[in-house]
Write a protein that binds this ligand. Structure first.
Ligand SMILES: Cc1cc2nc3c(=O)[nH]c(=O)nc-3n(C[C@H](O)[C@H](O)[C@H](O)COP(=O)(O)O)c2cc1C
Length: 325
């Protein structure tokens, strides 16, 4: 077993120092429950929720809250109106979140057109007002998840270091960095040197590195090369939910059969917890990720889109378990 040091976000210990990244329309309560059951994760984060939507539909906060035993748990907000972010932060704190996170990374134009997500990286004064309003509004720690900048010129000017100082003065208690620019979306690669520079800046809060950790070895390399306090993993956990445990225990092997069986038990959980249509929609979406790299997974994925019967989907997964199909 590798002994990775825990770290703290304010009074909250993150142990092990491994974080399941927020993934819109994926890291809902059932998904996070599955990830926690597999184990090795020190912190889970909700999907991003717009502060405006939350204020309009207060019940959403409750619906998006932590599942049983899911602690510590962070809720991620998006928005660019400081008073609304403050109000939304109060709502998620009241609903029981241990941490409140502000999204400064989302590249989607429906988010950035309103000045939220990664668009906040273009306006450090507005970003500061948003963060300060949230920090003032709640007693739980406020954290931020950011990209490397809006575009390459902003990255080359190292504007993110100005953001780091601003965050420190504003009182955030942890920062996750996904070192791609907004212009890159998900192309190219995450520039881990930026995470190392952020750590070297010596700010008062822990830095969580994120981006392109595809294997347990990548995670250990990110800790080693950047000095980050924690590692956050997104897409790789969708194809291998055991990745967190494998970082802690390099000898842990998982068979394809185990992967398919986990997928099936997760889908049964979706059926129990969600409306049938929503459950099927999620199964198709997540089934495509889960079966990556499995022999004949591509045939499964081709049939997945048209599948309207969940039991047929289970039968397709059952067939995937048979060698040589
Ligand atoms: C489908 C999808 C949905 C995402 N949703 C969010 C989100 O709601 N909030 C957020 O901060 N980042 C979101 N991200 C970005 C991830 O949290 C993460 O920063 C990015 O995928 C890089 O990490 P990875 O290489 O480990 O996947 C999303 C990424 C993907 C692929």
């Amino acid at each position: 077993m590798t002994n990775l040091e825990p770290f703290s976000i304010g009074p909250i210990a993150i142990q092990p120092p491994l974080v399941m990244a927020p993934l819109h329309e994926i890291t809902d309560q059932p998904f996070r429950r599955m990830i926690r059951q597999v184990g090795g994760v020190g912190l889970t984060v909700s999907e991003m929720i717009s502060s405006e939507a939350l204020i309009r539909h207060a019940r959403k906060a409750q619906a998006m809250m932590a599942g049983e035993g899911e602690r510590p748990f962070s809720m991620q907000l998006s928005g660019s109106i400081p008073e609304h972010l403050a109000e939304a932060a109060r709502m998620v704190e009241a609903a029981g979140a241990d941490l409140v996170d502000l999204n400064m990374g989302c590249p989607a134009s429906n988010v950035t057109s309103g000045g939220a997500g990664s668009a906040l990286l273009k306006d450090i004064r507005l970003a500061e007002t948003c963060v300060k309003a949230m920090v003032r509004a709640v007693g739980v720690p406020v954290t931020v998840k950011m990209r490397a900048g809006w575009d390459n010129s902003q990255k080359e000017r190292a504007d993110y270091l100005d953001f780091l100082r601003m965050f420190e003065a504003a009182g955030i208690q942890a920062l996750a960095i996904h070192p791609r620019t907004r212009a890159q979306q998900y192309t190219g690669s995450a520039d881990w040197a930026l995470i190392a520079r952020a750590v070297d800046a010596g700010v008062a809060f822990p830095i969580i590195g994120n981006g392109d950790v595809n294997t347990p070895d990548d995670a250990r390399r990110m800790f080693r090369e950047t000095g980050c306090a924690g590692v956050m993993i997104g897409r790789a956990a969708l194809t291998n939910p055991w990745i967190f445990r494998q970082i802690l225990d390099p000898g842990l092997e998982v068979t394809e059969r185990q992967r398919i069986e986990l997928c099936m038990s997760f889908f049964r959980m979706l059926q129990e917890l969600l409306e049938p249509r929503e459950a099927l929609h999620k199964m198709k979406k997540i089934g495509a990720w889960f079966t990556k790299g499995i022999p004949n997974g591509s045939g499964f994925r081709q049939n997945l889109h048209a599948c309207e019967d969940p039991e047929l989907l289970f039968a397709m997964l059952e067939r995937l378990k048979e060698p040589g199909v």
